[in-house]
Design a protein around this ligand. Structure first.
Ligand code: 5AD
Ligand code: SF4
Length: 459
């Protein structure tokens, strides 16, 4: 029996894609290999957001080269955001990765996963890879994911769309994943229902711009959601998922939304649905209107501020985190100061601060000069991350001291349990000896607030 190993990089979307890739490989007759070293097929599900993510994949190619020198027969597949053209090393038109990765056998665009069997046969005509007949394996979104990203079956990611139409000037995603396409609403709901029937308590709906579900150009042309009238497709979906509360669903989350599509309808739904948790990751990227314009973010600081005020008034105590890019092309000292001050003013409780990394093919790479030195990017990152974010995160944690939060346990080793609270705070505590709390939601009294983690004891 042949075995596979998938190495995943990047965002939750990639982890969710990996679950479909696993299901597909298993249908082809592959078994999951416990280790990278023993697998017959090694797949890298890659991220292109920053150069550093790509460099890690290139690093692995050296290991593969060594494995091959020892006459190990391996098929090497690269998928995810680094791939533009699905092809094998014998295809007449190959992805440009073949020029830089000598060890590569197959390059595969994520949404073209069903082409893998054909490409694998091109590499090894002797292989016994079966012809796929099932319709459910011919369409990427119809493939039933393994849901193996989480340790317990109490949590799951459910992908609701793929691709992005927003074209932020720095971002590679609209090129790597292509145009935004929504998944069939009934398929999503069926998947959620099945998950809940199998004991899932928390569903996270994911998409590149998750709240533009059903609003893409493609959906407009297909008239997919015309039946909803004024109601936004994403709200409809959230409401339908929320009904699974009766069957045992306790928590829903979604990530990541775009500020442009944070409508009043959506804020109202978040505030009123039974299962929606008081947490939102809402990427702002910059707190200066000139920077936002160059980034093509299509909203202003004033607009974002209004959304935040609405969220906080509709959902008191909501925890909000964000993404920021520092050192974007042309970012002046003053623009950076504005971003810093905005972060401070918005009281973000957490955030991912990135240093701008030019991505070939994007509008920024073509038309705007990457003129901020690495040193300045680093200094701005330090100032925001170490200077402000740490303090904000600690302060946000302190508001839970002495309080009881409910933790969904994601990981347990011996007595040591780790999980997330309603507000998506990481909480650590000890279970009673002999008890297995994995996948349970338990009350924990917070006793210690640190920068990135809360500590507590079972209440
Ligand atoms: N350079 C640095 N950070 C980037 N991001 C996206 N593209 C780039 C880039 N070229 C960041 C954004 C986004 C997060 C997923 O990654 O902040 O929200
Ligand atoms: Fe990239 Fe912007 Fe789309 Fe997010 S919204 S995936 S940053 S292009």
């Amino acid at each position: 029996m042949s075995t596979y190993h998938i190495q995943t990089y990047g965002c939750q979307m990639n982890y969710s894609d990996t679950e479909r890739m696993e299901a597909y490989l298993q249908a082809l007759g592959y078994d999951k290999s416990a280790t990278f070293d023993e697998a017959d097929l090694i797949m890298f599900n890659t991220c292109s957001i920053r150069q550093s993510a790509e460099d890690r994949v290139y690093g692995h190619m050296r290991t593969i080269e060594q494995m091959r020198r020892k006459h190990r027969k391996i098929t090497v597949v690269v998928t995810g955001c680094m791939v533009r053209k699905s092809s094998s090393r014998y295809s007449s038109q190959r992805d440009k990765l073949f020029g830089t990765m000598r060890e590569l056998d197959i390059a595969l665009r994520t949404e073209e996963l069903p082409k893998l069997a054909t490409l694998a046969r091109e590499i090894d005509p002797e292989s016994k890879i079966p012809e796929i007949k099932e319709e459910s394996l011919e369409d990427y979104f119809k493939i039933d994911p393994t849901h193996s990203s989480h340790q317990s079956k109490a949590q799951a990611f459910v992908a609701i769309s793929n691709g992005c139409d927003k074209f932020c000037t720095y971002c590679i995603v609209p090129y790597s994943r292509g145009r935004e396409k929504s998944r069939d609403v009934q398929d999503i709901l069926k998947e959620c229902e099945k998950l809940v029937e199998n004991g899932c308590k928390e569903i996270t709906l994911i998409g590149q711009t998750v709240n533009s579900y059903g609003l893409s150009q493609y959906d407009k042309e297909e008239k997919t959601f015309e039946f909803l009238g004024e109601k936004e497709p994403f709200i409809y979906l959230l409401e339908e998922v929320d009904k699974l509360h009766e069957k045992g669903l306790v928590r829903t989350r979604f990530t990541s939304p775009h500020p442009k599509d944070m409508s009043d309808q959506l804020i109202h739904a978040m505030a009123t649905l039974k299962t929606h948790m008081p947490y939102l990751h809402l990427p702002v990227q910059a707190g200066d209107n000139r920077t936002l314009k160059r980034m093509n973010r299509t909203y202003t600081v004033e607009h974002y501020r209004k959304i935040m005020a609405k969220l906080r008034s509709a959902i008191p105590g909501i925890s909000i985190s964000t993404d920021i890019i520092v050192g974007f092309c042309g970012e002046t000292e003053e623009e950076f100061e504005n971003t810093y001050n905005f972060f401070n003013e918005m009281d973000f409780e957490h955030g991912y601060i990135s240093q701008y990394s030019e991505r070939s093919g994007t509008t920024a790479a073509k038309f705007i000069k990457d003129d901020i030195t690495d040193q300045t990017k680093q200094e701005r990152w330090n100032k925001l991350n170490d200077g402000l974010l740490r303090a904000k995160s600690k302060k946000a944690h302190e508001r839970f001291l002495g309080k009881i939060v409910h933790v969904l346990v994601e990981n347990q080793e011996g007595k040591k349990c780790l999980g997330r609270s309603e507000h998506y705070k990481t909480v650590q505590f000890a279970a009673a000896s002999g008890s297995n709390l994995l996948g349970e939601i338990v009350p924990v009294r917070i006793t210690k607030a640190m920068e990135w983690i809360l500590e507590g004891e079972l209440a």
